[in-house]
Design a protein around this ligand. Structure first.
Ligand code: FES
Length: 173
């Protein structure tokens, strides 16, 4: 039934699927039924919402909340929220979220010296923005950053891709 209190969209685009969105969705759907929330919460899957590097992602309306990096372990807290409990702050993202701003600043700095970043430079820049090597590896895996060998040295050089320019709204800056 559509006339529910909330509408939850779970991204099942390819990047989120690779990070476990199907398992998360299965658990979430099961818990919605178990808690009889399915009459109050309308669940749909959706294609990418362009937050591919921080999925799996949930969008919740009318709250206009985005939960990112959702794992199966987070489902009980999301269910509690849907039952009237507190917002799951650790999962919330948006343009003003601390972590999102750090990611955005990282890429803005990367853009300044595009293609001139060594691995060590990128590590230092990431650490400065509270981001770690796991996050960098994820960015490379998801195609937000690229690395290629520098013909003049033995080192790799890092640059951002058009995907990151778009994701972090840096195209015209
Ligand atoms: S695949 Fe889920 S946000 Fe892009």
């Amino acid at each position: 039934m559509y006339w529910t209190e909330r509408h939850v969209l779970v991204c099942t685009g390819s990047h989120c699927i690779q990070k476990g969105a199907n398992q998360v969705l299965t658990r979430f759907r099961f818990e919605l039924m178990r808690k009889r929330l399915n009459t109050r919460v309308h669940l749909n899957t959706c294609g990418t919402i362009d937050l591919c590097d921080i999925g799996p992602n949930f969008l919740i309306y009318p709250d206009n909340i985005v939960y990112s990096n959702v794992s199966e372990n987070d489902i009980p807290d999301i269910i509690r929220f849907l039952e009237g409990g507190p917002v799951v702050e650790r999962l919330v993202t948006g343009p003003t979220a601390f972590a999102e701003q750090n990611r955005q600043r990282f890429y803005a700095a990367l853009k300044e010296r595009d293609n001139a970043w060594t691995e060590n430079d990128v590590d230092v820049l990431a650490a400065h923005h509270n981001l770690d090597s796991g996050w960098i590896a994820e960015q490379l895996r998801r195609g937000f950053m690229a690395k290629k060998p520098d013909p003049d040295s033995a080192e790799n050089r890092f640059s951002m891709t058009s995907k990151a320019l778009h994701r972090y709204r840096l195209e015209s800056k």
